[in-house]
Design a protein around this ligand. Structure first.
Ligand SMILES: [Zn+2]
Length: 398
């Protein structure tokens, strides 16, 4: 469960500190429709409205890291006066290193992490218990932690060569419990090393031994502008998306990013998006998110910041443990804040009994012959037929 209260507060603290940021809020101008689409994808590119990580199609390029190409990551290993190093740094590196290949596969090869371990222990100047992780670390405390790690490592590394930093603590530092992401504040002096501003970092906690390497993929997703899809409040933290998309549950059964987020990240192109921006109907052949190519999402716009999205999901690749396969339908609202449910999956099979390791919402995918309707918006989605890698759907908005 990614939502320890401390972890949530830490990320929220960063958000509060930089909430003044303005995202490019207007949707890209519509361009001429591609011949095979009744409407250009840009008519369904919903604008972000939160000024922070959200599901808006456009991402502020100054606040967030461009999610394409090779990201050069320096991995630092830190210990503390009260929690000294234990074991070889290579064991820590091995725990997180698979994050790189995972992202490459998930992104159809468009994004990868080049992680360079600084193969020595870096001693932090303060005790591990002094940084405030136990109380839900503030933005200022978190920045100080990153700054100290960078300063202590500076004699041994050339920071100008890296896009971001991963800070990994000794196992003995129990107080460094969770893994918040550092997103710089452009209005402050922040952290500079070797003449380069450090804009993004993930500081891992002991939860990396619980989650495994996908915690690095999840946290790095925040540096790309993605919000948390699990709930920050309530008792069921996974009521919005269950185990779909690792921005929801890092250990979920189908952790590959939703098609909507793939479009935002640039992992799929406009021509792979079928857009229904207003009343009408259309037939769409969707190709499974887990397999490259083809039309990946059908978007039915329902308002300035809202849409229903349909995509095909299969138990393949990184989603091999998916609990249901078929057409996943979800509601997107780009004015909804991180942790408040910017994506909400529609459960197509609410009566299904989930097998072991699956939640009710993991059974959500619609099968051939099933229909989704939302009377409030006049949206209807019929799953007409399915093949091993594709679903044919009919989408309608009255
Ligand atoms: Zn998160």
């Amino acid at each position: 469960m990614s939502g320890t209260p401390q972890r949530l507060r830490a990320f929220a603290a960063g958000a509060a500190a930089t909430a003044f940021l303005s995202l490019g809020a207007s949707a890209p101008a519509a361009t001429a429709a591609a011949a095979h689409h009744a409407a250009p994808a840009t008519d369904c590119a919903l604008p972000g409205r939160t000024g922070w990580t959200d599901e808006g199609h456009t991402t502020d390029p100054t606040q967030f890291q461009r999610p394409l190409g090779t990201k050069h990551v320096l991995m630092l290993f830190v210990d503390f006066p009260d929690a000294q190093s234990s074991g070889a740094t290579s064991d820590y590196y091995r725990q997180l290193a698979p994050a790189s290949d995972w992202m490459k596969r998930d992104s159809y090869g468009r994004t990868s992490l080049d992680i360079t371990p600084l193969d020595r222990w870096i001693r932090m100047p303060q005790d591990s218990t002094s940084y405030g992780f136990q109380r839900g670390i503030t933005f200022e405390q978190h920045e100080a932690y990153v700054r100290q790690a960078v300063a202590a490592a500076d004699p041994y590394a050339d920071f100008s060569r890296y896009d971001m930093v991963y800070v990994v603590p000794a196992k003995s530092a129990a107080a460094i419990s969770f893994s918040p992401t550092y997103l710089y504040d452009p209005t402050t002096a922040g952290i500079t090393a070797d003449g380069k501003r450090l804009k993004w970092a993930v500081t891992f906690g002991q939860d990396m031994w619980h989650w495994g390497f996908k915690v690095a993929d999840h946290e790095t997703g925040h540096t790309f502008g993605l919000p948390d899809l699990y709930a920050f409040t309530g008792t069921d933290y996974h009521r919005f998306v269950g185990g779909w998309d690792l921005m929801g549950d890092i250990a979920g059964a189908a952790p590959q990013h939703l098609g909507w987020e793939r479009w935002k990240l640039g992992w799929i192109d406009d021509r792979q998006v079928s857009c229904l921006p207003s009343a009408g109907s259309r037939t769409v052949r969707l190709k499974a998110v887990e397999s490259p190519g083809g039309t990946k999402i059908a978007v039915i716009r329902t308002g300035e910041t809202t849409a229903y999205v349909a995509e095909s999901r299969r138990a393949l690749g990184e989603d091999s443990r998916a609990c249901s396969a078929g057409v996943l339908v979800y509601k997107v609202d780009t004015s909804t804040q991180t942790g408040d449910g910017p994506v909400q999956v529609v459960n197509g099979n609410p009566g299904a009994t989930p097998p072991s390791g699956c939640r009710a919402l993991d059974m959500a995918a619609f099968h051939s012959g099933q229909t989704f309707t939302d009377p409030a918006t006049g949206v209807r989605i019929d799953v007409d037929s399915s093949t091993p890698l594709q679903d044919r759907i009919s989408i309608t908005r009255q």
